[in-house]
Design a binder for this molecule. Structure first.
Ligand code: SF4
Length: 294
């Protein structure tokens, strides 16, 4: 889910603009600054092969290919996570690497160069995160976040991982950019359909604290159509009516250039547009946070 979630690994001062997950020198683990969270996030990338089962037109993963996560070297991942957390917490590290206002460890985020739930090892990875946080007295003190497109939510290994995440006090950010079949194809190149995506969202929200993550933008100079907006708001209404226990919506727009061929055709929406759409979501009973940049 490298698209628009957490950004910018590092060996230099962390920057929210820098994107290369390999600059931290590790295979799976990288530190990033999240401007939205005003803190440092330790990211876990289960897709070092840059493979995803979606192809969002705004995806920022360089060299994105279609596919699943590769086999994970769990011993290496555990060692990298332990080292990275110790590094971030070492005296002076935050001062040297993070800008003022972001000098705190905010979370561990499963967000990389592809879809993390496509890794069959995800439940074991959650167990590693739990062990490592516990060993560093960080369990329940920093958040654990899984950023996902939700398309594999029905699979047993994903359900098990979500339950483990909930036990850790973690949360899911579930991608929902469109509530129409056509929109999901146009934006995410996903043909599974909006009904299925809605079912997966409900399944997820009933198993773990869940935020909807929605990216809106203009394509070919055209803002999201009235039909698209109406379908999205109708879905929000249906979720509220069904009392699906969602935390709310993170609504945002393009912050960094897409690495997909559609890049020149995409444009960020302005803050007024986002705020006005956020208000339409709020009046339907769903909390919203608006971030021009995440
Ligand atoms: S879900 Fe979309 S944004 Fe995330 S990695 Fe896959 S293609 Fe990129």
């Amino acid at each position: 889910m490298g698209g628009l979630g957490y950004s910018s690994p590092v060996s230099q001062p962390l920057s929210t603009q820098d994107h290369d997950r390999r600059r931290g020198g590790r295979t799976y683990v990288y530190p990033v600054v999240s401007r939205r969270a005003r803190g440092v996030s330790v990211g876990i990338n289960l897709n070092p092969n840059q493979a995803c089962n979606w192809r969002c037109v705004y995806c920022q993963v360089p060299g994105l290919v279609f596919g699943n996560a590769p086999a994970i070297d769990l011993g290496l991942l555990e060692r990298e996570l332990r080292e990275q957390l110790a590094e971030v917490l070492a005296p002076g590290w935050l001062e040297r690497h993070a800008p003022e206002g972001s000098r705190r460890l905010n979370d561990v985020a499963l967000s990389g160069d592809g879809e993390p739930t496509s890794s069959r090892a995800l439940p074991e990875v959650l167990a590693i995160i739990a062990r490592t946080l516990e060993a560093q007295a960080l369990l329940q003190k920093i958040r654990v976040v899984l950023i996902t497109n939700g398309s594999l939510m029905h699979l047993e290994h994903v359900q098990l991982a979500i339950r483990r995440l909930a036990q850790l006090g973690g949360e899911v950010w579930f991608k929902l950019d469109s509530a129409t079949d056509r929109g999901l194809v146009r934006v995410n190149n996903y043909a599974g359909g909006s009904a299925r995506q809605a079912r997966h969202l409900e399944l997820c929200a009933r198993a773990a604290p869940t935020w909807i993550q929605t990216c809106m933008f203009a394509q070919d100079g055209v803002e999201p159509s009235a039909d698209e907006q109406a379908a999205y708001l109708a879905q929000i209404e249906a979720l509220v009516r069904a009392e699906v226990p969602l935390r709310g919506v993170h609504l945002y727009t393009l912050a960094r250039p897409s690495r997909q061929p559609e890049a020149p055709r995409l444009k960020a929406l302005d803050g007024d547009w986002l705020e006005s759409f956020a208000e339409k979501i709020r009046v339907r009973g769903m909390p919203v946070s608006v971030a021009p940049e995440t």
